[in-house]
Design a protein. Structure first.
Length: 336
């Protein structure tokens, strides 16, 4: 399936118009708000919660990397540059989840009427770039479900993986289906020919869920970016191109009303749009909630590595083609 990826100023306007349709009901008193975020370290300052609370969200979506359980331990340069991480065990994950629940702003959100849902990514899964070979994946799943407040009778406790869907009916026909994908539990190791992120059981569930949906809006939460592939750098759906093609085909041929992908992982905010045969698809990426490329080094466990990485990303902002840069009143800015 052919798809053209766009990064342009007009995209911001199109996204805002679409989000206005999602967020605003038939009147201001009928407003519905679904907010999301990703990449949050429990041990760092979390300045966004007052802003989130001020918007009185009906739903809050954790998009992955909700805590950082693994730890940067070093790096290698040969045969290719690679960061090394020490995987987390269940006790470390649970301690960080407890710390996150006690962050004042988030605790206030939990005590409000906001519904909290979410999925995970590698750092709260327990292992950097983690996949199905991670030995602690089942205990990690239980720790995550406890954190998210999953009900005891939920099928998520019995199934392999944390994928699920939730439908929200906000009145006046304003129905939204939120589909939360699990990109870790069944993921094949990178380098495996024909590798997959979801596994066939999750694919069947996803296809069936979308086929049966009558919602007016469909939000697909993928912890990794779908549209931006970055030429094989980092993690995204482009690492398994056949599976990326499969998901794009599914989303553009399933006759879904208003599909939109929410993603995270990369510590920078980004809006992408693909023009496909079946229509247009948006991928809205959350910047890091506690750390991002333009504000602080992302891996504070190793000062030298993190500083060089941050400088490199900031330098890239100035040498990239003009149409890829973020501008404020004509002045190029670092990534959010």
């Amino acid at each position: 399936m052919a798809a053209r990826l766009h990064h342009c100023p007009l995209l911001r306007r199109q996204v805002l118009l679409l989000l206005a349709r999602l967020i605003l009901g038939h009147s201001r008193t009928d407003a519905t708000r679904i907010l999301f975020g990703s990449c949050s370290k429990a041990e760092l300052e979390q300045p966004l919660w007052p802003h989130i609370l001020a918007r009185h969200p009906d739903v809050w979506i954790w998009g992955g990397d909700n805590i950082y359980g693994d730890k940067l331990s070093g790096f290698i340069l040969w045969p290719r540059p690679k960061l090394l991480f020490q995987a987390a065990d269940e006790s470390k994950l649970r301690a960080l989840y407890t710390a996150q629940r006690h962050v004042p702003g988030y605790a206030q959100l939990l005590n409000s009427t906001t519904t909290v849902i979410g999925t995970w990514d590698d750092h709260d899964y327990g292992e950097n770039d983690g996949d199905r070979t991670y030995a602690g994946r089942r205990s990690s799943q239980h720790a995550f479900l406890d954190f998210i407040g999953e009900s005891g009778d939920s099928v998520r406790w019995q199934q392999e993986g944390v994928y699920t869907s939730r439908r929200f009916d906000f009145g006046h026909g304003g129905s939204v289906l939120v589909v939360l994908l699990d990109m870790r539990f069944h993921k094949d190791p990178y380098g495996m020919p024909g590798g997959d992120f979801l596994g066939e059981e999750q694919w069947r569930w996803l296809e069936g869920t979308l086929a049966q949906s009558t919602a007016r809006v469909h939000i697909i939460v993928s912890s990794l970016q779908l549209l931006e592939t970055r030429h094989g750098i980092g993690e995204n759906w482009g690492r398994f191109p056949e599976m990326r093609e499969r998901l794009l085909r599914l989303l553009t041929t399933a006759n879904l009303s208003a599909p939109i992908v929410l993603s995270g992982d990369v510590h920078l905010a980004e809006l992408s749009m693909a023009s496909c045969k079946g229509g247009k698809l948006l991928d809205v990426t959350s910047s890091g909630m506690t750390h991002s490329w333009g504000t602080r080094p992302p891996n504070s466990g190793n000062v030298l590595v993190s500083t060089v990485m941050c400088w490199g990303m900031q330098l890239a902002q100035y040498v990239m083609a003009w149409r890829y840069q973020m501008h404020v009143k004509g002045v190029p800015q670092n990534y959010l």
